[in-house]
Design a protein around this ligand. Structure first.
Ligand code: C2E
Ligand code: MG
Ligand code: MG
Ligand code: MG
Length: 284
C-alpha cells in the first residue's frame, strides 16, 4: 500500500504532470501557432503632457486572445516567448505592425506623434536585429525619429555588446528609452554612457508617491537626475490625480496611465489621436 502511494505521489509530482508546466507547454504550442497565423493585436496607450493632456506619443502593447483560455496577459506570454526564442518573430511582427500604423496616421493627417515599441533584450541581441529594424523602417517609409524603442535596464548585463547596438540605433535616428526605470540593475554610472533619450519611471515608484514620503522622495530623485542628465522623463502607471499633481510639482512633464487612458484598440486610439488630447483629469 505504502509502495502504491509512493508511486502515485511520484507520478503526481512529476514535473510533466504538474498543471503549471502543462499550461506552459500548451501555451507554447499555441503561441507558435498564433505567430504563424498572426493572431495578435496591438493596443495603444497614449503618453500625455501632464499639464495639458496633449498626446505626445503612444506605446504599442501586444494583446493575445487564446482560442480557449481567452485573454492572456503579456506578463505571462512575453516571458514564455523570451524563454523559447519566439520573441524574435513576435517582436518583429509588433515592430512592423506598429510602424505601419504610425505611417498611416501620419499619411492620413491624423497625427505625427511617435510610437513606442517594447524590445526584449533577447530580440535586440539577435545578430540581424539592426538590419531587421532598418529594413522594416525603410520598406514602410517610416521616419526613424518617430519610432521609440523601449528597452529595460537588463541590457547592462551585457553592456559592451548593448552599447554597440544602441549606438547604431541612435545613429539611424531612432529614439531610445529605458523602460521600468529603477527596477533593474540601476547604477548611475552607466546611465550617462547610454545613448538614450528618455527614462520611464516604473509604476511601482509612482504607486508609492502618496503612500509615504520616502516613495515621493525616490520619484523626485529620479526626476531630478533624469532632468540633469538631459533625459526626457515620463512616469508610468499614473492612476490618481494626487500622483499627477505630485509629478507636475516635481518637474515631471510627461505621463502615462489609466488616469488618462487605458491601452486602446486601434479604432479607439485613432479617435483619440484625431482629437490630439485626453480631456479628462486635466489640471486647470
Ligand atoms: P511595460 O512596457 O512597462 O508597459 C506598461 C504596462 O503597464 C502595460 O501592461 C500597461 O497596460 C500597464 N499600465 C499602463 N498604465 C497603467 C495604470 O495606470 N495602471 C496599471 N495597473 N497598469 C497600467 P501590459 O500591456 O500588460 O504589458 C506588460 C508588459 O509586457 C509591458 O510592460 C512590457 O514589458 C511587456 N510587453 C507588452 N507588449 C510587448 C511587446 O510588444 N514586446 C515586448 N518585448 N514586451 C511587451
Ligand atoms: Mg514599455
Ligand atoms: Mg514599463
Ligand atoms: Mg514592464
Amino acid at each position: 500500500l505504502a509502495k502504491d502511494r509512493g508511486k502515485n505521489n511520484f507520478q503526481f509530482y512529476h514535473p510533466q504532470l504538474n498543471s503549471l508546466s502543462l499550461r506552459k507547454m500548451e501555451l507554447e504550442t499555441a503561441l507558435r501557432k498564433a505567430i504563424e497565423q498572426e493572431s495578435f493585436t496591438i493596443h495603444y496607450q497614449p503618453q500625455v503632457d501632464l499639464k495639458t493632456g496633449m498626446i505626445v506619443g503612444v506605446e504599442a502593447l501586444l494583446r493575445w486572445v487564446h482560442p480557449t483560455h481567452g485573454f492572456i496577459s503579456p506578463g505571462e506570454f512575453i516571458p514564455l516567448a523570451e524563454e523559447t526564442g519566439l520573441i524574435v518573430p513576435l517582436g518583429k511582427w509588433v515592430l512592423q505592425e506598429a510602424c505601419r500604423q504610425n505611417k498611416q496616421w501620419r499619411d492620413a493627417g491624423l497625427s505625427d506623434i511617435p510610437v513606442s515599441i517594447n524590445i526584449s533584450v533577447r530580440q535586440m541581441q539577435e545578430e540581424d536585429f539592426i538590419e531587421c529594424v532598418e529594413r522594416v523602417v525603410q520598406e514602410l517609409g517610416v521616419i526613424p525619429s518617430c519610432v521609440e524603442l523601449e528597452i529595460t535596464e537588463s541590457i547592462i548585463q551585457n553592456i559592451d555588446e548593448s552599447l554597440l547596438i544602441l549606438n547604431q540605433l541612435k545613429e539611424l535616428g531612432f529614439k531610445l528609452s529605458i523602460d521600468d526605470f529603477g527596477t533593474g540593475y540601476s547604477s548611475l554610472s552607466y546611465l550617462k554612457h547610454l545613448p538614450i533619450d528618455k527614462i520611464k519611471i516604473d509604476k511601482s515608484f509612482v504607486d508609492d508617491i502618496v503612500e509615504d514620503s520616502s516613495g515621493g522622495a525616490i520619484v523626485k530623485t529620479i526626476i531630478d537626475m533624469g532632468t540633469n542628465l538631459n533625459f526626457t522623463v515620463i512616469a508610468e502607471g499614473i492612476e490618481t490625480e494626487d500622483q499627477q499633481q505630485f509629478l507636475i510639482q516635481n518637474g515631471c512633464e510627461l505621463g502615462q496611465g489609466y488616469l488618462f487612458s487605458r491601452p486602446l484598440p486601434l479604432q479607439e486610439v485613432k479617435e483619440l489621436l484625431r482629437q490630439g488630447i485626453v480631456h479628462n483629469k486635466i489640471i486647470q
